[in-house]
Design a binder for this molecule. Structure first.
Ligand code: NAD
Length: 449
């Protein structure tokens, strides 16, 4: 693996202008017409970054409303600010559309569509397949296609390539195909699309060169790997690493509870070791479109290849048991006050899957709510980022924080940084804190995981 910072592949400028030579020249001159399919948490920031780098950019989304809202300069993604979006729209460098015929005009296309799981927990590649089919319909000589959606090793080669090669164009010569995992961390003000290194791996060496040249034009550092399959595996290692370590932190939390030791204090002290230790924290469970889902892509593919990934499975089991543990904590806390869970007013603080985002996909708060509803607790919540929740079996509006005084138990599920935790401490009768937001406070009404 080598690390490259906006390096020019020298040999390509000495040969007669091939499809690759022409594409690289267009990229260098910022004349390449760049496309992004899927304008969500990943695609919209990426499209804006391409436009800021000087490329003419077309964003595609099946959701017409999203395309229209983007064109009006109003961002629905927290990490993309309206002003920056509007600058790119107004300058004419960026526009969004649901008209896939515009793919014909483009030199590069980055695919950033969802990769969820089916009910059976198997990978659902239907969005990727649909996007690749749209690209295949308009594929032309000299085009570079990059898959960014997180998926199992082999997807680019086994799912995208055969569909694109139906055109009789040859990969690596007539068109270029690569995988480059998206690593964006919504809500992270320090690391955003531009300063998160981008890993690229192509189907052929020329595909890698083309993808590397494109991203080197708009992100600070590009890391080249030997194949698309390797790049796919890199992303799954990163997210599985988090999943397994969070599982370990959660198991430590359960153990510490047995030993009457504060797990948060243990992690904080262990973090003082300057090497060989990286802190991961327990919490109410895993959420979002990545950490709970991506390892399932890996385990599915592992099994299809006759390999049983035991450690990853175990971490998944520990993580998915956490919402039930939170409900046990709530039940115990109420019990100590002589109250049954049934009929008690339980108020969740934060329902987004993590701090400072509005995303509730796979949020552990939803599992906690379902379990509480099954046990007939009276549910309510406050989340400044999520004004209402409409889930099967849950239809609720966020209540003002002042409502807390009328509830019996407050449960801190998501630790948004705009919340005044002292006020919560004052207003609540009983608090279950799954995030250690009330560190330093020793009041008897606080129960920790
Ligand atoms: N959200 C994250 O933090 C994050 C981080 C890294 C990687 N990823 C990965 O990136 C991919 C995209 O995730 P996301 O969170 O941006 O999803 P998202 O749901 O926020 O956005 C996806 C967008 O794609 C659109 N779409 C779906 N199918 C389409 C099609 N065929 N053509 C055009 N538009 C289509 C949807 O309407 C939606 O607007 C996933 O594979 C995810 O695992 C996500």
């Amino acid at each position: 693996m080598s690390t490259v910072i906006a390096e020019r592949p020298r040999e390509l400028f000495t040969e007669a202008p091939s499809s690759l030579g022409i594409l690289l020249r267009k990229i260098r001159r910022r004349q390449a017409r760049v496309g992004v399919i899927g304008l969500g948490y990943v695609g919209l920031p990426l499209a804006v970054e391409f436009a800021r780098a000087g490329f003419p950019v077309t964003g595609f989304d099946l959701d017409r409303q999203r395309a229209e809202q983007t064109n009006s300069g109003s961002s629905y993604i927290g990490d993309v600010n309206d002003q920056i979006l509007w600058q790119q729209i107004e300058s004419g460098r960026f526009h969004a559309t649901s008209n896939f015929a515009e793919l014909s005009d483009l030199d590069t296309v980055s695919i950033c569509v969802p990769t969820p799981l089916r009910k059976t927990k198997d990978p659902d590649l239907s969005y990727v397949i649909q996007a690749v089919e749209s690209v295949a319909e308009h594929l032309h000589r000299g085009q570079l296609i990059i898959l960014e959606s997180t998926t199992y090793p082999g997807t680019t080669e086994e799912i995208a390539l055969p569909r694109l090669e139906r055109s009789f164009l040859k990969v690596g010569e007539d068109f270029f195909l690569a995988f480059s995992p998206e690593r964006v961390d919504p809500g992270n003000a320090r690391f955003q699309t531009r300063n998160i290194p981008k890993v690229v791996g192509g189907i052929t060496r020329r595909c890698t060169l083309a993808a590397r040249a494109l991203y080197a034009a708009c992100v600070e550092r590009v890391v080249k790997v030997s194949s698309a399959r390797t790049a796919e595996m890199v992303k799954l290692l990163e997210n599985t690493y988090r999943n397994v370590n969070i599982g370990l932190a959660k198991e430590m939390a359960l153990l510490c509870h047995k030993f009457n030791v504060d797990v948060w204090e243990v992690i904080e002290a262990a973090s003082s070791k300057p090497f060989g230790f990286m802190p991961f924290y327990p919490g109410p469970g895993l959420g979002g479109h990545c950490i709970p889902i991506d390892p399932a892509y890996l385990t599915w593919k592992a099994r299809a290849n006759g390999f049983e990934p035991r450690l990853i499975e175990l971490a998944q089991q520990i993580n998915s048991a956490m919402p039930a543990h939170v409900v046990d904590c709530i039940t115990r806390a109420l019990n100590e006050r002589g109250k049954p869970l049934r009929g008690s007013k339980v108020h969740l603080l934060g329902v987004a899957y993590k701090r400072d985002v509005a995303d509730v996909r796979e949020s552990p708060a939803l599992d906690v709510m379902h379990l509480l509803a099954e046990r007939k607790a009276q549910l309510s919540y406050t989340d400044p980022y999520v004004p209402w929740l409409s889930e099967p079996g849950i239809e609720l509006h966020s209540e003002p924080i002042t409502a807390l005084s009328q509830k019996y138990c407050a449960v801190i599920v998501t630790d948004h940084s705009c919340v005044d935790y002292r006020e919560i401490l004052r207003a609540a009768l009983l608090i279950v804190d799954t995030r250690n937001s009330l560190r330093g406070f020793r009041e008897e009404k606080i129960f920790r995981l």
